[in-house]
Design a protein around this ligand. Structure first.
Ligand code: DHB
Length: 388
């Protein structure tokens, strides 16, 4: 097989990269080690920054999102037994879109296949070769047969546990990491959302987040141990705990649980995000803790920079944008890291927190809720910093 850009991974990064390249007339092939059903069902966050929602619409994959998503103009912070509203539209003139990541993935897969881009699911034994030269290769097995993609560039969009990042030669990467001493227990349930906008709760029992997918499906999270055993969480205990952490500000409607997961919390960046003809995008290069839901948005920002750089190369042979890819992306990545770390630190109960730390967290929450300058800083990061 021969293509211009071989893409490893059919998540948001790989699919969007292929989509943007296609719009620029550049062909690609995507390979993925999971099944299509797995990719389309994998529940992740559901919050899209304004520029990213605009990009989905402007590039022609936003029609279902426009019909089925919810527009949110702000969020609530719950602490000290009261709700405090942060109004993004008033503060920074922007909003966010609530639409599940797996719905974006479904829309992108459908569009790639309709455009005739091959997506090979369920591949095995993937490895990359020759990334230091001008004709890299991707080797893998598909339907039991060995296959090779000859390409000009490789998009490493295969996530934190993927094979692309470890394929870089020893000594190329510097990795920065912080692991948090807690996780999130996430539920999807059939119930009416407790509020028309998200509620982020700071509570002596731990953090909780009240999100949603639709007027009848809620997505709620509870701070838990990093290795929490979900079997210890029957439905009633989950609902009691969610209600307790709202601190009397609201009472959530209860309904049947559709899914329960435990997510670990990690901040991670690998620099540089490129070596030779291999370019990392999305979770293969960086992980944010979920607070603030920046993961998919960052992946989209990477792919926009990379697609434009590759387009410039094929149009005129220019390599400047390719050479500065990592540097361009990392400026945004580190600001999103800072924001995700800040939201996480602000709202969670740290096991080693002193009484001083708890009072300081409350003072910071009070500051955000009462100072326009502080609220504006949260708002401009939450809706997405301007895209270069
Ligand atoms: C969702 C997840 C988040 O981590 C967040 O900050 C906001 C929303 C969600 O899944 O809806």
């Amino acid at each position: 097989m021969r293509t211009k850009v071989g893409i490893v991974g059919a998540g948001p990064a790989g699919l969007m990269l292929s989509h943007l390249l296609h719009l620029a007339g550049i062909d690609s092939i995507i390979i993925e080690n999971r099944t299509r059903a797995y990719c389309e069902a994998r529940v992740r966050a559901g919050l899209i920054e304004q520029w990213a929602a605009d990009m989905l619409v402007e590039t022609g994959v936003g029609a279902r999102m426009q019909r089925e998503s919810l527009r949110h103009n702000g969020i609530h912070l719950a602490f000290g037994g009261a709700l405090h509203h942060i109004d993004f539209v008033q503060l920074v003139g922007k909003h966010v879109t609530i639409y599940g990541q797996q719905e974006v993935v479904k829309d992108l897969i459908a569009r790639r296949l309709a455009d005739g881009t091959p997506i090979l699911f369920d591949v095995e034994d993937t490895r990359v070769e020759g990334i230091g030269g001008t004709s890299p290769k991707i080797h893998f097995r598909h339907d039991g047969k060995p296959q090779t993609i000859d390409c000009d560039f490789i998009g490493g969009c295969d996530g934190f546990h993927g094979i692309c990042r470890p394929s870089m030669p020893a000594g190329v990467l510097t990795e920065y990491e912080r692991v948090y001493p807690f996780g999130w227990l996430g539920i999807l349930a059939q119930a009416k959302p407790v509020s028309d906008e998200l509620i982020y709760c700071y509570h002596p029992r731990g953090f909780a987040l009240f999100s949603m997918r639709s007027p009848t499906i809620v997505r709620y999270y509870l701070q838990c141990a990093p290795d929490e055993d979900v079997t210890q969480w029957p439905a009633e205990k989950i609902w009691d705990e969610l209600e307790a952490r709202l601190g009397g500000t609201r009472v959530p409607e209860r309904g049947p649980l559709l899914e329960t997961i435990v997510a670990p919390m990690r901040s991670f960046v690998a620099e540089p995000m490129q070596h030779g003809r291999l370019f990392l995008a999305g979770d293969s290069a960086h992980i944010v803790p979920p607070t603030g839901a920046k993961g998919m948005n960052l992946a989209f920002a990477d792919t926009r920079v990379l697609a434009r750089a590759i387009e410039a190369f094929y149009r005129s042979g220019a390599t400047a944008a390719l050479e500065s890819y990592s540097q361009t992306c990392l400026r945004r990545v580190w600001k999103a890291q800072r924001f995700s770390w800040w939201m996480t630190s602000l709202l969670h109960l740290f096991p080693d927190a002193t009484p001083f730390d708890r009072r300081r967290q409350l003072a910071e929450l009070d500051y955000v809720a009462s100072s326009e300058a502080a609220a504006k800083s949260l708002a401009e990061n939450y809706v997405g910093l301007p895209i270069e």
